[in-house]
Design a binder for this molecule. Structure first.
Ligand SMILES: C[S@@+](CC[C@H](N)C(=O)[O-])C[C@H]1O[C@@H](n2cnc3c(N)ncnc32)[C@H](O)[C@@H]1O
Length: 219
């Protein structure tokens, strides 16, 4: 599988303008192979075709890496080292595992209510030799944090995501919600204690669909 996906992955990374070394490209392909292998047992994702996994999961998550790196760079010395990120409802590790591979300076915890999904993340951390990746089996509502960035993809509405994870967000922390088209209704339904400070459009190579990141913080 890896050989057939290597060139499309390289092309996608190039289109995204991402700087990744050979080891990271290898880890991304190894992650895809793990996801495909364990999907049969753990039912981690409905996407089963490897090419589709590449565009819908890997490249889609990779599109959020440059924005995350920019946030880390912009905050500079204001953030703890390593920066602590919580990926909520991570499922098979998207985008959490991709963030852990591409941002070694970020300590990534992936939380999921389903035990076998959290176990898969632990397995991936060991297999891919990622000391900055952890799987947590819990409901996000019960996690105290603190996390400097709380992310999600295909998880819940913005009001539910921010309300359920507010206890995990560090003072001065930000929410990074990956969404499809601009979620105007969800933004309008946010409580006054949550402020949207940026809606960032993303272009995912090979995916003709609208994607954005909704960045939020406590008002
Ligand atoms: C649709 S999946 C998305 C998985 C992954 N983020 C992705 O983009 O492929 C949503 C995940 O959220 C998890 N989940 C639902 N409610 C949760 C909660 N309260 N706390 C943590 N995880 C939760 C589910 O078990 C499921 O794995």
């Amino acid at each position: 599988m890896s050989a057939a996906l290597l060139e499309p992955l390289r092309a996608g990374v190039r289109d995204l303008g991402l700087d990744l070394d050979e080891a990271q490209i290898g880890q991304l392909l190894d992650f895809l192979a793990l996801l495909q292998k364990w999907n049969k047992v753990y039912n981690l994702t409905a996407v089963r075709d490897p090419q589709e996994m590449l565009t819908h999961h890997l490249l889609d998550s990779l599109a959020a890496v440059a924005p995350l790196r920019r946030h880390v760079a912009e905050q500079g010395g204001a953030l703890p080292v390593p920066l602590r990120l919580l990926d909520v409802g991570s499922g098979g590790g998207l985008p959490g595992v991709v963030f852990a591979i591409c941002c070694p300076g970020v300590d990534v915890s992936c939380v999921d209510t389903v035990a076998k999904k959290a176990a898969f993340i632990q397995q991936a951390a060991a297999a891919l030799r990622l000391p900055n990746l952890h799987g947590i089996h819990a409901r996000v509502e019960t996690l105290p944090g603190p996390f400097d960035v709380v992310s999600c993809r295909a998880f819940a509405s913005l009001p539910d995501f921010t309300s359920w994870s507010q206890g995990a967000l560090a003072p001065g922390g930000v929410w990074l919600a990956m969404k499809g088209k601009h979620p105007a209704d969800e933004i309008a339904a946010l409580p006054s204690g949550v402020q949207v400070f940026h809606v960032e459009q993303l272009a995912v190579p090979g995916l003709g669909a609208e994607r954005c990141i909704v960045w939020m913080r406590r008002a």
